[in-house]
Design a protein around this ligand. Structure first.
Ligand SMILES: Cc1cc2nc3c(=O)[nH]c(=O)nc-3n(C[C@H](O)[C@H](O)[C@H](O)COP(=O)(O)OP(=O)(O)OC[C@H]3O[C@@H](n4cnc5c(N)ncnc54)[C@H](O)[C@@H]3O)c2cc1C
Length: 416
């Protein structure tokens, strides 16, 4: 490894995408991942068209088509199963690129395999937990520990260090040792995956209900998992509660804590309680984010993905915004006069863009449509949605989120 190598802490979605971008630009890089082995962890994530465009640029569309479901529409329903609004998604909505619904673990493993294929076996150093770094005029030195044994490992020297090490980022902690606790939104999520027959179009992302009484997000993420045509369906149940848990993607949740809110959600198009009960495992996660930082870049060190801009997972944008960071950083590393200048230019583009998404997710995420209808109907069934809210208002609510998150339907192709 020489002094121009980019050191990337974290082999998650953002770190691995960055490795592929840098490799495509001929910039040497090395990923250091804390986990001793990469396993397909997590449940479903959505990759919106602007992020799919980045993956397409990396030649990953065929691989995505193999592991993911191409979402064709997004539907909003009340807790009685009545349809409020359905709009086309991905290519059907006029984007050049698909919206992918995918198991996070399948996606990370695909990125990992691609990095190993293109950059070689050594490109990702597993069991390398970053524990600190220092920089001087010529480069950065990063220090590591084995997560498996706790033993110190040899340090690495490079030209830059990118902290792509997720919500508990060690890089961020060193830059901001006194940062406060995450900001709890008052909502807890329970998540899982179940094997079930296709519902609605078979490729619909559903958001239903509202948080006080129970809200649900459901979408399929794998086709024909059992040879009988059933899909793997991702579900997320959300409820307002004062009880705040720590951020741990692997924390197990308790069915009895939330199933009561969904017990009568038996629609003619989906039996929600049956779907939830058949889940392989249930995870819980608090809906939290952190106040946007004013600075990510300090000389030769910067942040990317959740380490830079953790956001509440309400607009399908956590993975997408991490992916979008990568080509911008690559572009400035290719063109800027020095590494420090490249990182500063990257921050100047991506920090304001992601800050806007973090804040938008707090107050008017796409499910604001559900809140509006919940308030206007006093949480009762309606006879005609047109008397509750006009189609134009529904479209305006949906589009306002897309514009801030950077995926407004383009006139001539996907924007950034
Ligand atoms: C195990 C796991 C499960 C997840 N499940 C879901 C899910 O079901 N749904 C969802 O929406 N989002 C999930 N996420 C988060 C989601 O992947 C991110 O919000 C998003 O993809 C942004 O990607 P990222 O690369 O910034 O962060 P992540 O994808 O979280 O990647 C961060 C990586 O950094 C590694 N890391 C952490 N600390 C260090 C360190 N000190 N040194 C080296 N490496 C380190 C982590 O092991 C991880 O691989 C999960 C994340 C993880 C780690």
């Amino acid at each position: 490894m020489d002094g121009s190598t980019a050191l990337i802490a974290g082999g998650g979605i953002g770190g691995l995408t960055l490795a592929l971008e840098l490799h495509a630009a001929g910039i040497p890089c090395r990923v250091f991942e804390a986990a001793p082995e990469l396993r397909p962890l997590g449940v479903g994530v959505n990759i919106l068209p602007h992020a799919s465009a980045v993956l397409d640029g990396l030649g990953l569309t065929p691989a995505m088509a193999e592991i993911a479901i191409e979402t064709i529409e997004s539907g909003f329903f009340n807790r009685f199963g009545q349809e409020i609004f359905t709009e086309p998604a991905g290519k059907r909505a006029g984007y050049d690129h698909a919206q992918w619904s995918v198991h996070r673990g399948d996606f990370q493993m695909m990125l990992y395999r691609t990095v190993v294929e293109r950059l070689g076996e050594d490109a990702v150093q597993l069991d390398h937990k970053l524990i600190g770094f220092e920089q001087d005029a010529d480069g950065v030195t990063a220090h590591f520990q084995s997560l498996a044994t706790g033993e110190p490992l040899p340090s690495a020297r490079g030209g830059i260090l990118v902290g792509a090490d997720g919500i508990h980022s060690a890089v961020r902690k060193q830059l901001y040792p006194n940062e406060g606790r995450p900001r709890y939104s008052g909502i807890k999520m329970w998540r899982g995956t179940s094997v079930a027959p296709a519902f609605l179009s078979g490729a619909t992302m559903v958001r239903a209900g509202w948080l006080q009484d129970g809200k649900l997000v459901i979408y399929p993420i794998r086709e024909n998992v059992d040879g009988q045509g059933n899909q793997l369906v991702n579900w997320v149940a959300e409820l307002e509660t004062d009880f705040e848990a720590d951020r741990n993607w692997g924390a197990r949740g308790d069915l009895e804590e939330f199933i009561g809110a969904f017990e009568d959600w038996t629609f003619d198009w989906l039996d929600v309680p049956a779907l939830i009960r058949s889940s392989e495992a249930i995870f819980e996660y608090p809906m939290v984010d952190q106040d946007p930082l004013e600075q990510w870049t300090f000389g030769r060190v910067t942040l990317l993905g959740d380490a830079a801009h953790p956001m509440v997972p309400r607009g399908s944008n956590g993975a997408g915004q991490a992916i979008l960071d990568a080509p911008v950083l690559r572009r400035f590393l290719e063109t800027a006069a020095s590494p420090a200048e490249a990182l500063a230019q990257y921050e100047a583009v991506r920090l304001p863009a992601t800050t806007a998404v973090v804040l938008k997710n707090r107050d008017t995420p796409p499910d604001a449509i559900l809140r509006e209808v919940w308030e206007r109907t006093d949480d009762k069934p309606f006879d005609d949605i047109g008397t509750v809210i006009s189609h134009d208002e529904l479209v305006a609510l949906s589009n306002s989120y897309k514009t801030v998150a950077g995926f407004a339907v383009p006139v001539g192709g996907d924007g950034e």
